[in-house]
Design a protein around this ligand. Structure first.
Ligand SMILES: Nc1ncnc2c1ncn2[C@@H]1O[C@H](COP(=O)(O)OP(=O)(O)OP(=O)(O)O)[C@@H](O)[C@H]1O
Ligand SMILES: [Mg+2]
Length: 576
């Protein structure tokens, strides 16, 4: 929690306003019982009506002042808390944007969502309470004790007893409740995780008739969460009647003892009434403090969780001294590259060496899970190689500024991702200044222009969240157009033709070939027909390169390649 305090800086003047207004409010509240005492002692007892009216008027003014300060303090406190949590949400968001896949795996999407919503809400609530109650309680408590002592020193022991009792009760609650708070936040994480999984996988769940199973899974987590919430809420609910009981017993004690003193003329009636009010103020401020002691640990769990995200060290950073590439043509070279996923022992890639040159198409083939996507994930630095180096135009990717690196690459992911917005916005995602002509040109090459034009709103057609209103093949073509508009030096197609029919696939590749004449093209494909014309084909098996060559000589020399090819096409087609 403390780690977040530095972000309060922009709010210093609001904080000052809250402190000043709270001070006025407390002072006003502390004055009121004094006037009560005066009205009773000098007004009522002596029957002086004008004194009563006069003092009453002053009392009213002081109350109004107190009330106005309270509203003002509340206003600034609420603004401060809301602004502060807005800042935190922004900080988390921009931090998460710079996360690599390593950090994403560490936090999980569900937890990141809880952290930027529920956790921040906890913090906002506690800041508001700290500003309102924590500032007020000590001044009011101490002030009231002093005042009460001045009025009737021989009765302060009653206050001491009730405060002591409250202290003991609250300590017990504290010990019982605080350990549960941490569990509570992790459980909300878990609930989010399961909800997300169920919502995104709903179709699969239905198709496999697994609703019951998922329901039970959800039910269990939900019940666990409810149990803890109930436990905490029960504790809090007990607190209230107990406190009211103590409050009433204290009042009773004061009147009881006070009337003794009054009957022996050791205490004025007005003073007893004022003492009673001060005693209530002392107990109230003590109550406020205890509420804060219960709330702060919960928020501090949340604060730690938020700070953990904001202060997370990035595993993939920009180089301190960025290096310029020697040329700008997009030649790629892998040199003795090894890679294992974080927290996995077995390397997924072993000793990868190859060159993908400008003006050529380099294809990577291999069974599923052989490491094809992993290889190309290393080029834009979604992950960093464990050993060895990857060079673009002679410069190690680790030494190129990330924005520059990403600018060079047109990446079409294996699973097409679209964003909500219009089709046009999606296509010009990597080149905001692209004209409609550029957009249509790219779409035409990607074989998307025709189907887009058949839509009623054409390029302005809205894309639903996750691109749900488009088919798999349409999404693939839109993401190909998106990469083309950017005009990068390097194209990376991760199985991006898989959802296209053979005819579209073949036309698209022909058009693409013209457009990418002087570019470096890397294509991953399952279909041999997609890569049959590639200048260089790399055959990958279990993370190792087993052969490199073009289609003709691989057919002769590489057993694995021959097997893949023959499983898809006939001997004649292959030898065409
Ligand atoms: N995020 C990850 N964490 C741990 N292991 C992973 C991760 N992603 C992939 N792997 C493992 O790395 C290996 C290679 O995966 P990769 O995605 O590169 O295969 P691929 O050749 O692209 O397969 P496909 O043709 O099915 O797309 C697989 O064995 C997989 O289990
Ligand atoms: Mg893959």
């Amino acid at each position: 929690m403390l780690k977040l305090i530095k972000y309060l800086k922009p709010y210093l003047w609001q904080l000052a306003a809250v402190i000043a207004l709270t001070y006025v409010q407390v002072m006003a509240t502390l004055r009121l019982p004094d006037y009560t005492a005066q009205i009773v002692n000098e007004g009522i007892v002596q029957g002086d009506n004008s004194f009563i009216l006069h003092t009453g008027a002053i009392m009213l003014l002081v109350s109004l002042l107190g009330g106005a300060s309270m509203i003002g303090a509340g206003y600034f406190a609420a603004r401060l808390a809301a602004g502060f949590s807005q800042d935190l949400r922004n900080k988390i968001f921009s931090k998460v944007e710079s996360f690599s896949l390593v950090e994403f795996n560490k936090f999980s999407t569900a937890s990141l969502i809880t952290r930027s919503t529920n956790d921040i809400q906890q913090i906002q609530m506690v800041i508001l309470m700290l500003l309102r109650l924590a500032l007020m309680a000590p001044i009011m408590g101490i002030g009231a004790v002093v005042k009460a002592y001045q009025l009737a020193p021989h009765m302060t022991w009653i206050m001491a007893i009730s405060v002591g009792t409250i202290f003991i009760i609250v300590s017990v609650l504290f010990v019982l409740a605080v350990p549960k708070f941490k569990i509570l936040q992790t459980m909300i994480d878990r609930l989010n995780l399961i909800t997300r999984e169920i919502l995104t996988g709903l179709r699969v769940i239905r198709a496999f008739n697994n609703e019951k199973y998922e329901e039970n899974k959800f039910d269990k987590t939900n019940t666990d969460l409810t149990k803890i919430n109930l436990f905490i809420n029960r504790l809090m609910v007990i607190l209230q009647p107990v406190m009211i009981l103590i409050l009433n017993l204290t009042a009773l004690g004061i009147v009881w003892v006070g009337s003794h003193y009054i009957s022996t003329n050791n205490l004025a009636i007005g003073n007893m009434l004022a003492f009673l009010q001060y005693a209530m103020q002392v107990i109230m401020s003590f109550l406020f403090l205890t509420i804060i002691f219960i709330m702060v640990p919960r928020a501090s769990v949340s604060g730690d969780r938020v700070a953990e995200v904001i202060n997370q060290d990035l595993s993939i950073k920009n180089p301190e001294k960025p290096q310029k590439t020697k040329t700008n043509i997009g030649d790629i070279e892998f040199k003795n590259v090894f890679f294992s996923y974080p927290e996995a022992d077995i390397p997924v890639l072993e000793d990868i060496n190859f060159k993908a040159e400008s003006g050529q198409t380099t294809a990577i083939v291999g069974g599923t899970g052989s490491g094809k996507s992993t290889i190309i994930n290393l080029i834009p630095r979604f992950y960093d190689a464990t050993k060895g180096e990857i060079l673009i135009d002679g410069a190690n990717v680790k030494n190129i500024k990330q924005e520059e690196l990403h600018q060079k690459i047109g990446y079409i992911p294996q699973k097409a991702v679209l964003f909500s917005g219009s089709l046009e916005e999606n296509i010009k995602y990597g080149a905001p200044n692209a004209t409609i002509k550029d957009i249509r040109h790219a779409a035409r090459i990607a074989q998307a222009d025709e189907f887009i034009n058949s839509l009623p709103q054409k390029y302005q057609t809205p894309v639903a969240q996750g691109g749900k209103n488009f088919s798999g093949g349409q999404k693939q073509r839109i993401s190909i157009a998106r990469a083309l508009v950017k005009k990068p030096e390097i194209y990376i197609f991760d199985d991006s033709f898989s959802a296209l029919d053979f005819k579209t696939d073949s036309i698209l590749r022909k058009e693409l070939k013209k457009e990418t004449k002087n570019k470096t093209v890397i294509i991953i494909a399952q279909r041999i027909s997609t890569i049959i014309n590639a200048e260089k084909i790399i055959v990958l098996d279990e993370g190792k390169i087993v052969a490199t060559g073009n289609h003709k000589n691989l057919m002769k020399t590489c057993q694995i390649y021959r097997e893949i090819a023959l499983s898809q096409l006939s001997e004649e087609e292959l030898n065409k």
